[in-house]
Ligand binder design. Structure first.
Ligand code: NAP
Length: 268
């Protein structure tokens, strides 16, 4: 039975995917999120096949500790699903002095996966990204600290950053199969806002796809033997492989994200 690490498993798409995978019974699951109570409730019906690994991806230290802990738990050949995500309404800084979504959506997954890759434990990585990455615009001087914060664009930019970084990971580690995927437009609490805007958003979301439909779709993607050619990450829109969007091909953006990420993670 292969091991599968799923971040953001406590709610929304992650919880639905965890339930779909539990029903299939083909993986030993490691469920990651901050809310241990919700994770325990998800793990209970699995008969011991789901292990709860509470962790916080909003600091580099938390991500490092999580990666080290997972590296001590999983067996070689594991699948890693980076699903945890944040769409913030306001600029907030982490204890590292960085914008929170830039950490949760971009830097923390890279820090967390390091020990798993360095020990050869992970065979493939699925990144639950967002089609909205096409709206991302990275500014090396301002994005990391959120000085260019926008209630919409920051989310898009942080999703763009991780997608670009994972393309580099795939190139550096051809033995790892990497897919970056838009999961669908799904009725979850992502981007929830207080007040009338939040109420309106909730109302609009009523017609969106249920997390269960998305969870089943992701489980089908996970069933595939292979996602990408060695040395390349592939971009999927739901279940269909597509050409990478134009802004993910921009050489200057790719270099800026690469350099900034390397600088910020040099001592992480
Ligand atoms: N919903 C959509 O339509 C949609 C569309 C495109 C892409 N996506 C992507 O799909 C993924 C899942 O989103 P969702 O819609 O299911 O959102 P959600 O319902 O808000 O769930 C987000 C998950 O991320 C976890 N998380 C957030 N901050 C964290 C932190 N600091 N440390 C650890 N875990 C953290 C949360 O767990 P805790 O709060 O328990 O920590 C939760 O399990 C995200 O990457 C999102 O960008 C969603």
């Amino acid at each position: 039975m292969a091991d599968l690490i799923l971040t953001g498993a406590s709610r929304g798409i992650g919880a639905a995917l965890a339930r779909a995978l539990t029903e299939r019974g083909t993986e030993q699951l490691f469920l990651v999120a901050r809310d241990a109570v919700r994770l325990e409730a998800l793990a209970r019906p699995s008969g011991g096949r789901a292990v709860v690994v509470p962790g916080d991806l909003s600091t580099l230290q938390g991500a490092r500790e999580l990666g080290a802990r997972l590296a001590g738990l999983v067996a070689p050949g594991a699948t890693l699903v980076h699903n945890a995500g944040l769409w913030p309404a306001k600029r907030a800084l982490t204890e590292d002095g960085l914008e929170t979504a830039f950490v949760v959506n971009h830097l923390a997954p890279l820090v967390m996966q390091r020990p798993l890759l360095d020990t050869g434990l992970v065979r493939r990585i699925l990144v639950v990204s967002a089609g909205l990455l096409v709206k991302g615009r990275f500014d090396a001087a301002r994005t990391p600290t959120g000085r260019d914060f926008s209630g919409v664009r920051t989310y898009c930019t942080t999703k763009l950053c991780l997608a670009l970084a994972m393309r580099d990971v795939a190139a550096e580690r051809p033995e790892v199969d990497v897919a970056v995927l838009h999961p669908g437009v799904v009725r979850t609490d992502l981007g929830a806002r207080p007040g009338p805007v939040g109420w309106l958003l909730k109302w609009v979301k009523r017609s969106w796809e249920s997390p269960e439909v998305c969870g089943e779709r992701l489980a089908r993607v996970l069933d595939r033997e292979r996602w990408s050619a060695p040395g390349e990450a592939r971009w999927y829109f739901e279940e269909t492989a597509q050409p990478w969007p134009p802004n993910t091909e921009d050489a200057a953006t790719r270099q800026a994200v690469r350099d900034t990420t390397a600088r910020l993670l040099a001592h992480a």
